[in-house]
Design a protein around this ligand. Structure first.
Ligand SMILES: [Zn+2]
Ligand SMILES: [Zn+2]
Ligand SMILES: [Zn+2]
Length: 222
């Protein structure tokens, strides 16, 4: 699968390559006259999966986690976290001991709650690592690109997203719809070729978690 791909801008519907999308959205959405929103890019480097979101200034990491789960990763309610520098944002943070800030434990992670706003989290940095499931981990990169954009709508919204990558059936070459997950590497099949096999399979979903754990969508956008 290609590591870059195209997607439609949700404002003007033009299909644009990922490499051009940041520039396009900044121009197409434009700066807000008041109540500017964040422009956020979530992607999985080396994969065809990416999505741009606009989000209001009071958005919390909890809400972003929820959006990522519904659209991309939720399979069995695994734990998730955002990481930036030595701070880890989790649903149930450990109380921070003072030793975490110096001496022997200087590199230890400090935990903070997911209920913080993105604005508060941005004091630590503008590029986050997001992990869903600490076993079969799906690792995403979350970058905040702007904070003065005109949003797609009042709440978190998709501003652009990769088109579903075309994956060929391993048997006949037609577009695949399912992944055989019996072996370590998932094998794609179309419905016809899968029909003759009584094996473990998962639907092929436009998501960086497709074929992982029990992920079978649905992919619901905010
Ligand atoms: Zn546009
Ligand atoms: Zn799972
Ligand atoms: Zn086939």
């Amino acid at each position: 699968m290609a590591s870059t791909s195209s997607g439609a801008c949700r404002k003007c519907q033009r299909v644009i390559a990922k490499t051009q999308m940041t520039r396009h959205l900044k121009r197409c959405l434009g700066p807000a006259e008041s109540n500017g929103q964040y422009l956020i890019l979530a992607d999985m480097p080396g994969s065809p999966y990416w999505a741009y979101f606009t989000a209001p200034r009071n958005v919390t990491l909890d809400r972003i986690d929820d959006v990522l789960r519904r659209m991309w990763v939720e399979c069995c309610q695994h734990l998730s976290a955002f990481f930036v520098n030595n701070v880890r944002f989790v649903s149930d943070p450990e109380p921070t001991s003072s030793s975490a800030f110096g001496g022997l434990f200087a590199t230890r992670h400090v935990e903070r709650p997911l209920s913080v706003t993105l604005k508060q989290a941005l004091r630590e940095g503008s590029e986050f690592r997001y992990e869903y499931d600490f076993g079969s981990t799906t690792e995403l990169r979350i970058r905040v690109l702007d904070d003065q954009m005109a949003g797609i709508k009042g709440d978190v919204a998709v501003a652009a997203r990769n088109e579903a990558p075309e994956v060929a059936c391993a048997t006949c070459g037609q577009p695949a719809t399912a992944l055989d997950v019996q072996d370590w590497e998932p094998v794609p099949y179309c419905e016809t070729c899968l029909g003759s096999m009584e094996e473990m399979w998962l639907p092929l979903i436009n998501s960086p978690r497709t074929g992982v754990c029990g992920y079978e969508g649905p992919s619901v956008e905010p």
